[in-house]
Each structure stands twice: as structure tokens, then as C-alpha cells.
Design a protein. Sequence first.
Length: 369
Amino acid sequence: MSEKVRREMPINREPEISKLTSTFITEDGYERNHCAQPTEGQLNARTHRVLIDGCVRNPLNLSITGLRSDFLQHEVACALQCAGNRRHDMRTMVRDVQGIDWSDGAVMNCRWRGPLLKDVLEKAGLVGIENTEGTHVAFASFQVECQEDSWYGASIPLSRALDPDKEVILALERNGKPLSVRHGYPVRIITPGLAGARAVKWLDKITVQKEESPNYYMQRDYKALPPQAVDSESAEKYWGVTPPVQEMPVNSVIASPRTGETVKRNSDGKVACHGYALPSGDGGPVVRVEISTDGGRTWSEAEFEHHAEEGRWTWKFWRANVAMAPGKSRVIVSKATDASGQTQPAVPNWNLRGVCYNGYGEARDLTIQ
């Protein structure tokens, strides 16, 4: 089977890890939806418009043609990751959580192209904003009614939207081709370093406003609630005071071997392993991945593969050969560190929604021959 379907309706799926890590630039990326996917007939690049409003001097009503022709096009290579990536590990390694049981394939590393959000906002002209603190840029899609709201929305700080180094774009292309419907056609927001929940697909509207998006998926989901929120009832008092997930944490995953596998050592008594590593929010690139076979008492450094597209926001592929004695119930763990010095913990704090899990990458219950 080439994929794992986590929910049939709306469709939520992730590729098998072996397929996902077979290429540095991802073609078959995960899908995370809170609504039915719009039909191709419903979406039309010739007629689609994106409204820019709110605290702007000149509200805009932009066509896809205008987004292509009236602004410089910017390409950014970055990993896009569901905030629930590795939720299964939090559920099984720490304690049970709420939410779809994502494994470690809810991520894709792609080249995205379109105008910078900064350039679009500058054309609209900001007004009524003395400083950017507390001001957000909200994104909305009204194409399809969602499970918990009539529309899907998210927002990011205005300061991030205006920073060209953050490379936030209105993506029209993925990997050199127009977006597919499942990846946001005809236009979506791409916010490098931030949770995929902020990268709104099927984008209709951008609003500069002095508060976060009021959408359900900004206010009542995708939050790392404190450990005191142990169920839906006890979580109620924390939703309004817990900030939404924005930046994702540094992470690494062992793609091979996988938990429960039987592995043959090579001629020099070592086991070959490989995987991917992701930087924290703005902290990229990943600069080191270490491997341990004794529970983290000692570590050896993995080697990176080198790819022309790699950069601050992308994942990195790593490989290592580690000495292991024959036997059962063996464990290999991985730990990534990025340029900002952020390092994976052995086990992160538990949260009810199981978001942002970044404990050591693990391959457990291995039989070594």
C-alpha cells in the first residue's frame, strides 16, 4: 500500500515513509482537510479572486492573472508540516491524545512559487496601524463548509508577513507546475517554518486586522494546551489563553529501519539507517543529527545527503551506520539540532491535541541479525 488514509471523509492521508523519503523534493505530499475537497468545476483560475481588505488604504480584488503578472514571482523551497505530524508517537509513547492518528509522513518538502505577501500588502497600503504588535494578517477560504466552522481560516503576525526574509508567499505553483486542487489550486498561502494549518488552501481573502483570526481552527484547535487540560471539559478554560501553534519545533524521524522490523547487519557488523530532519520555525537549517543505540547515553553523528534545493526552511536527509549486537528488542533513536541551537528533547511535554511532538526519532523493537 502506497499511502495511509487517516480519514476517508474529509480525506486525510499521508504517504508511506519509504515513498515520502525517496526524493528530496516531494511530489506525493500529505493531505490534511477539515472539509470536503472543492471540485475542479467549483474552482476556476480564470474567475477566481483574492480580496485584500481590513487595515489597508486601497482594498484589492486580485485575479490569478494579476498575481502572476503584477508582482515579482518568488520561489521558496520549504517543508510544509502538519502540526499533528508524529501524533501517533505522543499517543503511544506518552499518553493518549485527541485527533487523527498521524504517523511521521504528514510533511512534504516542495518548491513553491508566487508573489511575496509583503509585496501584495504594500500595494494595498497599510493604514491605521501605529505598530505591528498584536496585528495579524488573516487568511480565509469560503469555498467549502468545514466540519467545525462554515469556512476555514488562520492568521499570522503582520510583522512576519512584512519581513521579506520570512518568504511568505501566495503560492500559484508547486514544483514548477500549477497547484493541484488537493494542494490548494488556484492559490494558497505558504508560510515557511510555521504549522501547515496556517497555509490556507483555496485562498479567497486576506485581511489585515488587529486581532487573530476568529476561525475555529485558529481558536479551538492547533494549540499545545497545558498538561492540566486532560479532556474536552477541562480544556475549556485554556482555549482562550493558550496561543495558537505557529512555529514548528526541530524534529527528526528514522525512515529505516522501522519499529518492529528484522534487520540484517552489514559485513562490518553495522546497521544502516536513514531519515529526515526538520528545523525549528526560523532556526534552520538543521546542522546536526545524532544517533544512539543505548538510550541516549552515547551518540554518533550522522552524515547529511546534499541536495541543490536545500536551505533554511527545508528538511535534510541523513544517513548513518551504527554498530549493534545481534538480539531482540533493540532501539535506535535520532536527535536533530538546528542552526539556532534548538535540539530535540527525549520526550516533549504532553498536550491533549497531540500537536508539535518532537521527541527523539525512534525505531523500536528491532530484531538485529
